[in-house]
Design a protein. Structure first.
Length: 210
């Protein structure tokens, strides 16, 4: 049975996504919003990290408190749009390693084409969070996770800002063991496989290439 997708309803996330969708939002503000949303989503996606109790000395007395229990994280953006989310994630978990998987969508077939993959050498020992602002058809996400599993990654999450129902169904069918986090669930894909209402091409809007 596939894990239930986690659709985030936090007011700050929803407010920032609304600004992100606006066609009048320029590249500078768009990049800032992507980073801020990623940081807020990272907070939710790391909620289940294991903890351990340690003893520390406060200015008042000795005390027992909790810290993260040594689990190592890796963030893997799908190039190029996923790059826009990395800084926001690293702001919360600066010790995480970062891998990269490069894909682009063939505009005729709408299928992902792989062109780059560079992962931490110890990826199999890390909890991996794959980053991509958009989950449209699910093709790029599925292929990226296939690659990660081929390299031995066993604990994988997928984090996107906007998802289409078609992408969620495809991803959860292909990888039922991968927990999906998304900021908003949109209506459908149009004939060009863009999310509706969506926000356009995330990569173009992040890097000003539209």
């Amino acid at each position: 049975m596939a894990l239930t997708p986690f659709i985030m309803d936090h007011p700050l996330i929803q407010h920032k996504i609304t600004l992100l969708r606006d066609k009048n939002t320029g590249s500078k503000e768009f990049r800032e919003l992507i980073n801020e949303i990623a940081m807020l989503m990272c907070y939710e996606a790391t909620r289940d990290l294991p903890m351990k109790e340690v003893e520390i000395e406060t200015p008042i007395c000795m005390a027992k408190s909790r810290v993260i229990s040594g689990r190592k994280l890796a963030f893997v953006p799908i190039l190029r749009a996923g790059l826009g989310m990395v800084d926001g994630m690293l702001a919360l978990v600066p010790a995480a390693k970062v891998g990269h998987i490069g894909m682009y969508r063939d505009h005729e077939t709408h299928m992902p084409v792989e062109y780059y993959c560079k992962l931490p050498a110890d990826i199999q020992e890390r909890d991996v969070i794959v980053l991509d602002p958009m989950l449209a058809t699910g093709g790029s996400a599925i292929d990226a996770i296939n690659q990660l599993k081929q390299y031995g990654a066993a604990s994988i999450k997928f984090l996107c800002i906007i998802a289409a129902p078609e992408g969620i169904e495809a991803l959860t069918t292909a990888h039922p063991d991968v927990q999906l986090y998304c900021g908003a669930l949109d209506d459908h894909l149009n004939e060009n496989k863009y999310i509706v209402p969506g926000l356009g091409d995330a990569g173009d809007r992040i890097f000003g290439t539209k």
